[in-house]
Design a protein around this ligand. Structure first.
Ligand code: IMP
Ligand code: MG
Length: 182
């Protein structure tokens, strides 16, 4: 675990260990289980996984939720290499109706907030009854939007990270720990 990893042209060093990630997700799930206690199948929320980065997080979270919940996925992209482009593209749209439903967006990381802003707009246009934001990571120094972040597992400084779903140009998603650019 103390060893660095190389992805394409860059070197990344250990940053957040698997155990810390699991404990943070566990804490988040506890809060959500309290907040959604008593919901039934008739008013169950939809956990919306933002492909591809949030796949490991959504999976880990989903299996810890103790209330009726459905799952859906959407794919948007804003990053090119290690920089946010500021432009959010929808690559794969919603395959499930969110009309009248409470949607919990599961994100790997909230950085500028452009992605969740675009997602919230899309979900409102599609008639969602409400939107909650749930993210594994937040860069608080970069985030400047007014959208409330309901569930945040971990806060990190403005550094570029990979692992546990997060990528550098498509690679580096498949580690249990999170690494930071050296
Ligand atoms: P935002 O739209 O600027 O909030 O960026 C959110 C998206 O950018 C995330 O869902 C990630 O896909 C990507 N992203 C932001 N920061 C990082 C990072 O440090 N490593 C890898 N991807 C990142
Ligand atoms: Mg993402």
């Amino acid at each position: 675990m103390e060893t660095s990893i190389k992805i394409l042209d860059k070197t990344f060093v250990p940053f957040i260990k698997e155990e810390e990630i699991s404990a943070a997700i566990e804490g988040l799930a506890d809060r959500m289980n309290d907040d959604f206690a008593g919901v039934s199948e008739e008013n169950a929320p939809i956990l919306l996984c933002t492909l591809n980065g949030a796949v490991p997080f959504t999976g880990a979270l989903l299996t810890r939720l103790r209330f009726p919940v459905e799952m859906a996925a959407i794919r948007v992209a804003s990053y090119l290499g290690t920089e946010s482009t500021g432009e959010v593209r929808t690559i794969l749209g919603l395959e499930k109706s969110v009309k009248g439903r409470l949607v919990i967006v599961a994100e790997d990381i909230v950085d500028t907030g452009n992605t969740i802003e675009q997602l919230c707009k899309t979900l409102r246009e599609e008639g969602a009854a409400g939107v909650r934001i749930c993210t594994l990571l937040l860069k608080p120094d970069v985030y400047k939007k007014n959208i409330p972040l309901d569930y945040v597992a971990l806060r990190i400084p403005n550094r570029f990270i990979v692992g546990f779903g997060l990528d550098y140009n498509g690679f580096g998603r498949n580690t249990r720990d999170i690494y930071v650019l050296q």
